[in-house]
Write a protein that binds this ligand. Sequence first.
Ligand code: MG
Ligand code: ZN
Length: 226
Amino acid sequence: MSIESNPHLNNPKTLEVMSRVLKANDTEAAANRACFEQMGLLAINLMSGPGSGKTTLLEATAKAADFRFGVIEGDLETERDADRLRAVGVRAYQIVTGTSCHLNAKMVQKAINPLGLDELDVLFVENVGNLVCPASHELGTHLNVVLLSTPEGDDKVLKYPVMFRKADLVLVTKVDLAEHFDFDVQKVRREVQQLRPDTPTIALSAKTGEGIEQWLAFIAQQRNGA
Ligand code: MG
Ligand code: ZN
């Protein structure tokens, strides 16, 4: 059945239920935000398609950062990403979402106590790998950082505008592979700004270390302003 002919999506009752669920999520997100502020930490929501290098970025961040951070991991199954971060000394809490293709504010709330946020400066929430619906679910974080890796292609910004419009920062990852995939970083930079002027784009590679310093400088700047 096509979306257009799906009667549920035009049903006022369904739309009303969906809007109630999103409103309830906003309330939980506001509670999370209040908690983060009380602990004096900067909370960053990392979003991207699967395999763009979110966990790898966090591993590289762990090696270079001069601040303490924890990570809330969201995946449909497994503790793999949390285990990878624990292996480099990062405090990580894994949320297993089962069938949910995004994190919501309530899931994040459950991770707050086990992580012990009062001893941290920054909290990263690594959302479920998905360029679509994580953008529509507020978590209470201060910033949205969206990753796009060079193998995914430089055409994705305008194809997923809902996600990229939410980005406070775009990271082009695996930039060491750019020429193999004919990936045009400047085009991405332009299209990001077309959707949301003044949004910076940093090209980086966890492999070569390119851009990591700029990434850390961005976080430092946000921490000072937060
Ligand atoms: Mg990951
Ligand atoms: Zn979803």
